[in-house]
Structures are given as C-alpha cells and as structure tokens.
Design a protein around this ligand. Structure first.
Ligand code: B12
Ligand code: SF4
Length: 498
C-alpha cells in the first residue's frame, strides 16, 4: 500500500520556522513500524509552511496514497480538518487516519461527517497503525484492534484502549527516517532530528497532557537501541538532536548511564537538547551537569513553570521543582541551583515559565518575567492553556476563567484564560512587551553559537521578534499597545496556513 503521513504546518511564537523546523518523531516511528513491503512517505508540513496546498496536492498526485495519516496537536486541529478536505477532494476514496494528542484526547470534533475521517488511533500508535494497515490490506475486521476508533455504516465504534507499551524488546522498531520526502530541518542552521529514549512520567502537573494520554508510568528503551537510533539520525545528516522524552530526568541514575553510554560510543560529537526537571538537576548537578556537557548536551529546557509557590501549587509542579538535602529533606525551590549547574558547565537554559494563572496579578506576572530576564538564556514563557483532558482545563472551566474556545489559538502564547485579576489580553501584553527584549539580549549568544546562520538570518530573526513594532514604537513615540494590536493581527494572519 502507499501511505502518506503528514504533520501539520502550524508553528507557534517560540518556534519560528526561520530558526527551528523540527521533525515530528511520531511519523517516522509509524513509518518504521508498518510491514516493510508498504511504501511510506513522511512529510512534515512545517517544511512547506507557505505552500501547504501546493505541497499536499503534489504529494497526493505523486504518491497516490491509499492511506493518509495525520498527526495533530490541539492548536493544529483546524488546519488538519482543512487539509483532510483538500485530500478528499483530490482522492475521495482514500482512507484517512488521525492520531496524536488532540485526536486521542478530544475525539469528538474528528467524528463529524464533515471532518471526513475514517479512523482515530488513540494513544501510542506504532502497533495499532501496523495492525490497521494489515486489516486494510487483507480486508480484516477492525473490532479486535485495541486503541482504534473507526467509522462503519455511519456510526463510530470505540475499541478498548491499548495498554502502554513497555518498550522492551524489538516489537517497536527504529524510526524510518528515509521515508521523509521534504527537506530543510533546522535548529539555528544545524540539521536537527528527534530521538526518544523513554516514554512517560510519574508526576501529574496539571497543565500537561501526558497523564491523560498514557497514565502515570515510565518506560525506557535499551541504551543499545538508543545508540542505534542516534547513529541513524547522524547518518541521515543530523548534527543537533532533541531528546523528546517526556521526562528524561525522572530516573537520574539511568540518565547518567545514558550520558556515559553516549560518551563511550563516541556519539558525543553532536549537540543534544533535552527537557528536564529543576529538582533533578539541582539535586544531582554537581556530577550530572559536567557529565551532560561531556556527552554533548548543550541546551536544557527547564520546566521552571513559575517562581512563586502559590502558582506552583496551582500547576501541581511544586514537587518537581524542589531542592532536597542529603537526608532527603526539602530545602526550597530548585530553580536557581539548577541554573547555576547548567551555566557553570557552559550549557544554555531555555526557561519554561507559565504566567497568567488564576491568582496572578500584574506583580506576579512581572516577577516571573523579571526572573526570566535575569537568569534564563532563552525565555519559553507560555500562558496556561486548557488542552483537552488536563486537570487544569477542568479547573479553569469550574472557575469560569476560560474565555476563548477557538482551539487554533491554543498555542501556548495566546492567553485564552483570564486570571482573577487580569484579562487575557493584558496578561499577553505584559509577556509580549518584556519577552522581545529578553530574546534580543540572547542574540549575541546565538551569534557566537551559529555565526554564519545568524549573520545570514539576523535581520529576519529580529523582524520576527519585533513584529508589529516600527521605529516609532522602539523610540517610545507610539503607545506600545498599538504595536501589540498589530502583532496580534499579524499572528492571526499567519495562522491561515491553508
Ligand atoms: C517533543 C515535543 C515538542 C517538540 C517537537 C515537536 C515535534 N515537531 O514533534 C517542540 C519543542 C518543538 C514542541 C513544541 C510545541 N509543543 Co510539544 N511536545 C513535545 C513532547 C514533549 C513529546 C512529543 C514526542 O515527540 N513524543 C514522541 C512521539 C513518538 O510520541 P507522540 O508524539 O505522542 O506520538 C505517538 C502517538 O501520539 C501517536 N501518534 C502521533 N501522531 C500520530 C499520527 C497518526 C496517523 C497515528 C496513527 C498515530 C499518531 O503515535 C505516536 C507513536 O506512538 C510532548 C509531550 C509532553 N510530555 O510534553 C509535547 C506536546 C505534544 N507539545 C504540546 C504543545 C502544546 C506544543 C506547543 C504548541 C507549545 C509548547 N508547549 O511548547 C509547541 C508547538 C510546536 C510547533 N509546531 O510550533 C502539547 C500538545 C497538547 C495538545 N493537546 O495539543 C504536548 C502534549 C505537551 C503538553 N503541553 O502536554 N513540542
Ligand atoms: S514533570 Fe513534565 S512530563 Fe511530567 S507531568 Fe510534569 S510537565 Fe508533564
């Protein structure tokens, strides 16, 4: 069978496609896990952000797929539905499958007749998709395939969920990167790829979709498999690797072992990027941080979430941000110590903060922004966003604070909930006003890190960071709120990918 797998073109504020175009790890994993006689094409539409229609038309014409699969996040739902309509108009009898976080946790919008979808794969996809393709090929029945929802005779059927996979053995095979048909992945000019070493997390932060998606558990791939995956990514040209594990620092002992394995295998000649917990890095940083640096780690996305204890409690993120003493006693917030370890070992902190929580005032938002200005290298400041199935969503609805249900705006930097003291627009304005300057202050670092790329693209990067502003705004001759409105209009226009 010919199979076409697509990820959506939508990007968000902190991932401007000029600088970062990251592959979707789910699709190559699916491609590597269907039976080998199928022809699979993977197209990350972020690589064709400004020519989505033409690219999809060309792919459908040239590939002539019997099955099309789409990977969708919530803010990409609207784009996905439009792309499906286009594909159906080109090939009415094609079978359309959707998967990923949004279809898994908010199936209903995908079940309408207008959406034109035949199958929803809920949760982990490798085995369910492999079995579905077999059933399609052999005319088998769908009702025994766990994790699958399917439409038959105009009615949707939902099979029981598939238990999460232990990741042991070789039932889940390596990703198939050769299936990619578009080019241009980048992270500041270096070719980037994604690797998984584990899945899951045992914490339960209220904003995170992971628990609703797969429950609280943690499973790991063997180091042997991880190293084979790293070598495959390198042989396909990657010099920068994002380890997309939900929480790679959950088991610090294992993470240290992984760093050693990377060094011993000589795979420390690429640049690694991870997301980690402040507590793990603060509590083990003395030995862990130098080891990470030797293994090639360069960027650490730190889930700081918020520097104020009340907000951390709302986000259910206190425990993972706690520093502990030698006897395990609580010492306080781990953030500063984690940042020190990372900086001392010449790595960069991408600071993940969430502002605009229910109790937030102007002062509490500003305190977090000021913290980001002083201590993080690259701010990744978001607003609480009610993704389907998260405890936070329930909270916001119950408190009547959810004011925007246009899911295409659920991108993390559009404020869609208000606090008890501030309107969403005001929260977003406070963030936007400060964050541009924090990002500007990072430009010299970016120049040192990737001189050629920044010299070539610096003007575009600056234009993007300050979009909406003009000389009058920057000289203080215009009310910044006027520029903020222009920025919002530009951003809304950018969302029309198709
Ligand atoms: C890595 C990652 C990123 C990376 C890379 C994204 C990329 N190109 O793939 C970066 C940093 C760029 C990123 C950015 C964002 N991300 Co992100 N990201 C993740 C993370 C940590 C891991 C995803 C991953 O690769 N997993 C490994 C793969 C193999 O697993 P998977 O994606 O789940 O896919 C499996 C199944 O879902 C299913 N499946 C998936 N797609 C399909 C398609 C088909 C056809 C089928 C059959 C099955 C299937 O099968 C796969 C294999 O088992 C998750 C989860 C988490 N804990 O936080 C969040 C997550 C996916 N991100 C999320 C969000 C919101 C974003 C942002 C919008 C904002 C933000 N929080 O940063 C941006 C927007 C990205 C953009 N396009 O601009 C949300 C999505 C929530 C939602 N309901 O939509 C998550 C769940 C985090 C959260 N908040 O809880 N992200
Ligand atoms: S620690 Fe990270 S992965 Fe785990 S629940 Fe919290 S945000 Fe999600």
């Amino acid at each position: 069978m010919n199979i076409l797998l697509l990820s959506m073109p939508d990007s968000f504020e902190h991932m401007p496609s000029i600088v970062i175009r990251m592959p979707n790890g789910a699709l190559t994993s699916l491609a590597g896990n269907v039976d080998s006689h199928h022809r699979v094409a993977v197209a990350d539409l972020i690589l064709a952000q400004r020519s989505v229609r033409e690219t999809v038309e060309k792919l459908v014409r040239e590939w002539d797929p019997q099955v099309v699969g789409l990977s969708v996040m919530t803010f990409q739902r609207k784009t996905a539905i439009k792309i499906i309509a286009l594909i159906r108009s080109l090939k009415p009898d094609v079978k359309v499958v959707v998967g990923g976080y949004d279809p898994s946790l908010a199936s209903e919008p995908y079940m309408t007749d207008d959406a034109g979808i035949d199958f929803i794969i809920r949760g982990e996809g490798e085995l369910t998709f492999r079995e579905l393709v077999r059933a399609l090929e052999n005319g088998g029945s769908y009702d025994t395939l766990s994790g699958l929802s399917y439409r038959s005779g105009g009615v949707w059927h939902h099979n029981p969920p598939r238990p999460v996979h232990s990741l042991d053995g070789d039932e889940i095979r390596l990703p198939n990167r050769k299936a990619r048909v578009l080019k241009g992945y980048t992270m500041l000019g270096r070719q980037v790829d994604v690797i998984e070493t584990s899945r899951g997390c045992t914490y339960d932060c209220s904003f995170c979709s992971i628990i609703a998606m797969r429950g609280r558990n943690f499973h790991t791939y063997s180091f042997e498999r991880v190293l084979a995956d790293i070598r495959d990514a390198r042989s396909n040209g990657a010099t920068s690797l994002f380890l997309v594990d939900d929480n790679i620092t959950l088991n610090v002992h294992r993470f240290e072992g992984l760093c050693h394995a990377i060094i011993e295998a000589g795979c420390n000649d690429v640049e690694y990027f991870i997301q980690g917990m402040t507590s793990a890095i603060a509590n083990h940083g003395e030995t862990l941080a130098p080891l990470m640096r030797r293994a090639g780690f360069r960027y650490v996305f730190l889930g700081i979430e918020n520097i104020l204890e009340d907000d951390l409690q709302f986000l259910r993120a206190s425990a993972k941000n706690r520093e502990r003493g030698e006897q395990g006693q609580t010492l306080g917030n781990a953030t500063m110590k984690a940042i020190e370890h990372i900086h001392r070992n010449k790595m960069y902190v991408v600071g993940g903060l969430i502002v605009g929580n229910p109790g937030d005032t102007r002062d509490s938002v500003n305190a977090n922004l000021e913290f980001a200005r002083r201590y993080v290298d690259w701010p990744y400041i978001q607003h609480p966003t009610p993704y389907p199935g998260t405890p936070m969503t329930k909270d916001f609805v119950e408190r009547n604070l959810l004011v925007n249900e246009r899911v295409e705006e659920y991108d993390g930097t559009t404020a869609v909930v208000r606090s008890e003291h501030l309107e969403p627009e005001e929260i977003e304005f406070l963030r936007w006003r400060k964050e541009r300057w924090i990002k500007l202050a990072y430009f010299p670092n970016a120049l040192r890190h990737s001189p050629g790329f920044v010299l070539r693209n610096g003007p575009k990067m600056l234009k993007y960071t300050f979009r909406g502003c003009n000389l009058r705004t920057l000289l203080g001759l215009e009310d910044e709120r006027v520029a903020f409105r222009r920025y919002r209009e530009l951003r809304a226009a950018e969302r029309a990918y198709i």
